[in-house]
Design a protein around this ligand. Structure first.
Ligand code: COI
Length: 351
């Protein structure tokens, strides 16, 4: 591992006024893949890098990323949450996008070192973390549609608070009935750049109508899929339901954490296909009492209003419900070292 030191460190932002993803830290991790092998990993000053305008990622969207988090608690203990799960998922995305995989243990060590160097950038407080963005792009400069021979892996970091409204307020979500995010057999399961680029138009249209995000349905506009920046869950007659991993939904790591934690607390959690008509019926007859999104960035984000075909439907009196609250507290507790790490999700960073 190579380390290139900066001359001067950057001015840090006010950790009480964080805008998600705006402030990058002092360093980044980088590693290039050329003709069949990864080169040495380097931690270097965060800076622009030069890229040929013909780089394949720019033309063909061969790019993948992850979202992981490092936490610091009031006692100064620094931890990574489920970093192995993130890196393993990245390797799966790499396979789907015809990109090289990497050694998870080696990259994990690099990330641990990066987080340790950036420890003063980790904000302390509920919902706050150092967000890590491991990314891989196809850098070979060619317009030919061919197997790429040069890739760059890098990881950048930024101090963040919760991505959406946080646990104490509610989002307004519009059910998307025009566009689709993904289809089975496509790239919906992979965390690849194109999935997100293709979602912006729907999101902007929803925002203009006063919603925070859209709820994607499947290609036939029948079954509930995900929000795009988070997986969704709802409480119907006291049981928790989340869309089954159909092949076009991201295998959310916080989705998996939420299922495990809720089952551990005695809840029945069902992974199944939900027809949007049934979901709306349950909202209208009051059997659906809570809905929330789960994601690394979003943590647990309660949904207070669902919009569909020009009408708004309130969920649970537009109040934060007990299941979302419990889940948020459990996640925060484990991530911030206040609750035991029963499931082996936490990696402590030695300082
Ligand atoms: C995450 O939850 O980490 C994501 O990648 C979602 C979003 C910020 C793109």
């Amino acid at each position: 591992m190579k380390f290139i030191k900066r001359e001067t460190l950057k001015q840090k932002p006010d950790f009480n006024q964080l805008v998600f993803g705006k402030y990058m830290t002092d360093y980044m991790l980088e590693m290039d893949w050329d003709n069949g092998a990864w080169g040495e990993m380097t931690i270097k000053p965060y800076a622009d890098f030069s890229l040929s305008p013909a780089s394949m990622v720019l033309h063909y969207g061969q790019g993948i990323f992850e979202g992981a988090k490092a936490f610091k608690n009031e006692e100064g203990k620094i931890t990574l949450f489920r970093i192995d799960a993130n890196l393993n998922r990245m390797n799966k995305s790499a396979i789907r996008m015809s990109m090289p995989t990497f050694d998870v243990e080696q990259v994990k060590k690099g990330i641990e070192q990066l987080v340790s160097i950036e420890k003063d950038w980790i904000p302390v407080g509920e919902g706050k973390a150092l967000y890590l963005r491991p990314t891989m792009i196809a850098t070979e400069p060619t317009i030919g549609v061919k197997t790429c021979m040069h890739f760059k892996f890098y990881c950048i970091c930024c101090p963040v608070a919760s991505y959406l409204t946080g646990i104490n307020s509610l989002c307004k979500i519009m059910i998307e009935d025009k566009y689709v995010r993904a289809c089975v057999g496509g790239t919906g399961e992979a965390k690849c750049v194109g999935n997100y680029g293709a979602s912006f138009l729907a999101m902007e249209e929803a925002k203009k109508k006063g919603y925070n995000q859209v709820l994607w349905l499947d290609v036939n506009h029948k079954y509930v899929e995900e929000v795009g920046t988070m997986n969704v869950m709802y409480v119907i007659n006291g049981e928790v339901v989340t869309p089954a991993l159909s092949g076009s939904i991201l295998h959310g790591i916080n989705r998996d954490s939420a299922i495990t934690l809720l089952r551990g607390k005695g809840y029945t959690v069902r992974e199944e296909y939900t027809d949007i008509a049934d979901l709306l019926k349950a909202v209208k007859d009051g059997s659906l009492t809570e809905m929330f999104g789960v994601g690394t960035a979003a943590i647990v984000s309660p949904v207070g209003v669902l919009g569909y075909e020009g009408k708004d439907y309130e969920i649970g009196g537009n109040k934060v419900g007990p299941v979302s609250k419990l889940l948020f507290e459990e996640m925060m507790g484990i991530q911030r070292g206040k609750l035991p790490d029963k499931y082996g999700w936490v990696t402590e960073i030695k300082q």
